[in-house]
Design a protein around this ligand. Structure first.
Ligand SMILES: NC(=O)C1=CN([C@@H]2O[C@H](COP(=O)(O)OP(=O)(O)OC[C@H]3O[C@@H](n4cnc5c(N)ncnc54)[C@H](OP(=O)(O)O)[C@@H]3O)[C@@H](O)[C@H]2O)[C@@H](O)CC1
Ligand SMILES: Nc1ncnc2c1ncn2[C@@H]1O[C@H](COP(=O)(O)OP(=O)(O)O)[C@@H](O)[C@H]1O
Length: 286
């Protein structure tokens, strides 16, 4: 069965906050990635996670020493190395790994560490984490899905690498591709692109997104989506509403910005997160 994602079935996304709540009620997300030439990708994800309302964001660079200690555009982000945060005792609800991670031995080691050390967390694997998963020296059993809840967010080329076929074959049959990925990896799959598809590991329903436009065809918008998904899962929405909510809001933000002539041409990834925040508050409080 295929079900369209609409805001009417995203009630948890639009719940008002308790008046006496504190930041601990809104969870912590840890974001790991950002290697050579791609430092911006985890900052994009981290900023988007904040704008979607998570209590705390840890940014862990895939370096031996953190290349920056503060993001002056978003000083709320807590920045250190990936290794530092993986060893820290801070309770992290969701780990997002892969944005700008690269595919070095060190990056592969970080993925293994997360899967072994963080068995009770939800793990979102994006971008280079998916490329590492697709490589022949990675054993799928390491995903250990019995303990972890895992979300994979491939674009069509990443999906093709995971299934060992061509991008064109994925695009020709996106429904079969998303089903096969969720079965093979026992994970939630977000197959990105026009009309993003979402499939859960134990459900035959496939959800199809109804929002979004070619304004999203620009660098870093996938990193923003990964941060948004991690943020909503950490805020303890049920997994389905967190994933579907992030996908819907991400596309809706690009639609609203296009109506304001800020897109589709030249729309930038950070603007998506700002607009998604506005839409969530507007629907929740008006
Ligand atoms: N500011 C930063 O630091 C940024 C860092 N980033 C980081 O860079 C790393 C590499 O990630 P990446 O996605 O750029 O490279 P890659 O996996 O080779 O995919 C590119 C190819 O995939 C295809 N393709 C994609 N979408 C498709 C679609 N809808 N429909 C069909 N095809 C589609 C398309 O193939 P083509 O059509 O050209 O054959 C395209 O050329 C990663 O770690 C990421 O996080 C980026 O996030 C950018 C901002
Ligand atoms: N033509 C389009 N229509 C709707 N959504 C799109 C379109 N092109 C890209 N997107 C969305 O933009 C995002 C791009 O993600 P990704 O390819 O991972 O980019 P990046 O690696 O640059 O962050 C995905 O959420 C995808 O669904």
């Amino acid at each position: 069965m295929i079900v369209d994602i609409n805001f009417e079935n995203l009630s948890e996304l639009f719940q008002k906050r308790n008046l006496d709540s504190n930041k601990g009620d809104y969870g912590t997300v840890g974001i790991i990635g950002g290697s050579n030439g791609m430092l911006g990708s985890i900052l994009l994800a981290g900023r988007a996670a904040l704008k979607l309302g998570v209590g705390k964001v840890l940014i862990g660079f895939a370096y031996n020493e953190s290349p920056i200690s503060v993001d002056f555009m978003q000083p709320e982000l807590m920045i250190n190395t990936a290794t530092y945060w993986l060893k820290s005792q801070i309770k992290v609800n969701t780990w997002v790994i892969g944005c700008g991670l690269g595919q070095s031995i060190f990056s592969q080691k970080l993925i293994n560490e997360i899967l072994i050390l963080k068995r009770k967390s939800t793990i979102v694997l994006d971008a280079d984490a998916l490329n590492i998963l697709a490589s022949k020296n990675f054993s799928k059993s390491k995903l250990n899905c019995a303990n972890n809840t895992v979300v994979l967010t491939p674009h069509p080329a990443e999906a093709a690498r995971l299934l060992g076929c061509s991008t064109q074959e994925i695009q020709n049959n996106r429904l079969d591709a998303v089903r096969l990925l969720s079965k093979n990896f026992k994970a939630w799959i977000v197959l990105k692109g026009k009309n993003t598809l979402v499939c859960s590991p134990d459900d035959k329903t496939i959800f199809r997104n109804t929002t979004g436009n070619p304004g999203l065809a620009s660098s870093g918008t996938g990193d923003v989506l990964a941060g948004m998904i991690g943020s909503l899962i950490s805020q303890k929405l049920c997994l389905k509403q967190a994933i579907l909510g992030a996908v819907w809001l991400h596309g809706k933000a690009s639609d609203e910005l296009s109506l304001e002539n800020i897109g589709p041409i030249g729309l930038t990834a950070n603007e998506i997160a700002d607009c998604a925040r506005k839409i969530r508050n507007k629907i929740t409080y008006n």
